[in-house]
Design a protein around this ligand. Structure first.
Ligand code: G4P
Length: 531
């Protein structure tokens, strides 16, 4: 295959939109994902194939079994589908109630986010946490107020909630006409049209849309239409109009109203993803100029997942293409080992299915099967060396001591724990004086422990017993402070595999006092979930 030209790479990159949906569980992320696929034509003409619940999902591994038992999605996948003349890469953030490091990492590969709110609930705890990660990364957010076909809060109340809880200025780009069972359609602020929708059976096919002229709208919808027009007039008067610059800076969020279930407003939202969210751009490189999109191939690993399919017993490293063209079979350099890496087994992951992938462009996500030495945060490249900044590891808040229950399985336990650490399932902390006997597993959310113990037992044949500790906060420390800290009550100092020393504290208040009273001790905060 001939080398791609700059123009070809830039054209392909410009067509890409790579984003994630963030929401609190039950707000409708799965439903909306499925409807995006429906509108992208990726489901044929009928929805209902992605969202598999209970017995409908076929179990391909223990991993999936755990998902099934919990009725949650633990594995993150990427869905790629065409829409208009664009290519959409939808990153799936894990949807469970518990927060895990995985979610942060997935957002590290996204250029934008769609925040889904339940119209009856507004901002919920998980939305807030995910939003904070987006804010840290300064990625632009579109907001979708979902379930407008049901009893909901007032639209202005929801806008206030976004403003007050997130500090984001909402700029509605669609406004609902009617609500609940009388939800008729939306005023599309981008065109000025009233778009009226029609329900379809179970929402399994696209909702027919009709642009209704104002006079007819008044005659047919009466006060539902007039009230909406008045409200929009008020909004315009207070200046909450869409503004590209502040949206891209993550200061304002365009808001859309709709119902994923009935497909109302889904097309308008997907159009906005294409029209408003940014295409991939040159990725920053520490202490150097960013790597241009049309430079030779480079990619950035943001997720490593083992055992997605038990019959393969494999390990898949997902990377985002940052520059150039990726071709399956090309030999790339794995920056952290300096070794060449063959890429014969490159895939896209679609739900739990895989498809072989031949070519990928900036913004696309590729899964490399059997990339055993590849770790989260690693850089892959060809022709011109580059190393992107690693994804930070996160400040854990839960700590548990792990012990193998059958000592004859200690070897398996040790290699399992090491692998889970490398994959970032949990962080593993050790006391250098004790070694591997009873490492402390550290996590951002307790669900990570469940996944770790399940995998240690089922994949490595090393059943473990976890004892939760009372530690609740970690700080980075060093050799100089270690001994003194260790002598204190309610404090321990342990080491990560990368050599970083973490001081663990039971009481955050006591830690604050110590920081204030003993400034000479090294106790660096691991800020905003990252460290
Ligand atoms: P999640 O991935 O964010 O957790 O949410 P999910 O899409 O699974 O939706 C949670 C529930 O909310 C589902 O109902 C779903 O059908 C419903 N839902 C999603 N969008 C809308 C909407 O626009 N309007 C209405 N009325 N309901 C919506 P469920 O009863 O838990 O599941 P199911 O039996 O319908 O599959």
């Amino acid at each position: 295959m001939s080398e791609p030209t700059s123009a070809e790479i830039l054209t392909e990159a410009t067509r890409r939109r790579t984003f994630a949906i963030i929401s609190h569980p039950d707000a409708g992320k799965t439903t909306l994902t499925e409807k995006f696929l429906l509108y992208g034509g990726a489901l044929g003409n009928e929805a209902g194939t992605v969202k598999a619940r209970g017995g409908r999902r076929s179990a391909t591994s223990d991993w999936m079994e755990l998902e099934q038992q919990r009725g949650i999605s633990i594995t993150s996948t990427v869905l790629q589908f065409p829409y208009r003349d664009h290519v959409i890469n939808l990153l799936d953030t894990p949807g469970h109630r518990d927060f895990s490091e995985d979610t942060y990492r997935v957002l590290a590969a996204a250029d934008a986010a769609v925040m889904v709110l339940d119209a009856a609930k507004g901002i919920e705890p998980q939305t807030l946490k995910l939003f904070e990660v987006c804010r840290d990364r300064e990625i632009p957010i579109l907001s979708f107020i979902n379930k407008w076909d049901r009893p909901a809060l007032q639209p202005l109340e929801l806008l206030d909630d976004i403003e007050e809880q997130l500090g984001l200025t909402p700029t509605p780009l669609s406004w609902p006409v009617g609500a609940d069972t009388e939800f008729r359609g939306v005023l599309d602020q981008r065109t000025g049209d009233f778009v009226r929708f029609t329900r379809t059976a179970r929402g399994s096919t696209m909702a027919p849309e009709e642009v209704v002229e104002p006079d007819r709208a008044r005659a047919e919808e009466g006060s539902l239409y007039e009230d909406a027009v008045d409200e929009v007039g008020l909004l315009e008067a207070v200046g909450s109009s869409y503004d590209e610059e502040t949206f891209l800076a993550g200061v304002t969020t365009p808001v859309f109203f709709g119902s994923a279930l009935t497909n109302f407003g889904v097309r308008l939202l997907l159009d906005a993803v294409v029209d408003l969210t940014p295409a991939p751009s040159a990725k920053a490189v520490p202490e150097r100029d960013p790597r241009p999109l049309d430079a030779p191939f480079s990619g950035f690993v943001f997720k490593v997942q083992a055992n997605m399919d038990k019959s393969h017993r494999d390990r898949t490293a997902f990377f985002r293409v940052c520059s150039g063209r990726f071709e399956r079979g090309m030999v790339v350099t794995h920056e952290s080992t300096g070794k060449p890496l063959a890429t014969k087994y490159a895939h896209t992951a679609f739900g739990t299915d895989r498809e072989t992938l031949d070519i990928a462009w900036p913004g696309d996500i590729v899964g490399l099967v059997n990339a055993n030495d590849v770790r989260i945060g690693d850089t892959l490249w060809t022709d011109e060396q580059v190393e992107f900044a690693p994804i930070p590891s996160f400040a854990p808040q839960h700590f548990a001591i792990a012990r193998v229950t059958d000592t004859s399985r200690f070897k398996q336990f040790r290699s399992g724990v090491t692998q889970l650490d490398e994959e970032g399932v949990v962080q593993v902390l050790r006391d250098p004086d004790i070694g591997d006997q009873a490492p402390v597993l550290a996590a951002v959310g307790p669900m990570q422990f469940e996944v770790a113990t399940h995998r240690l037992e089922n994949e490595f044949g090393a059943p473990v017993e976890l004892s939760m500790t009372n530690y609740s906060v970690a700080r980075r420390t060093d050799d100089g402070s270690r001994n003194e800290l260790r002598a204190m009550q309610g404090v321990d100092v342990l080491q990560r595999a990368d050599g970083t020393m973490l001081a663990l504290f039971e009481s955050p208040y006591w830690l604050d006092r110590l920081v204030a009273e003993r400034p000479e001790l090294t106790l660096e905060p691991l800020i905003a979930g990252s460290g």
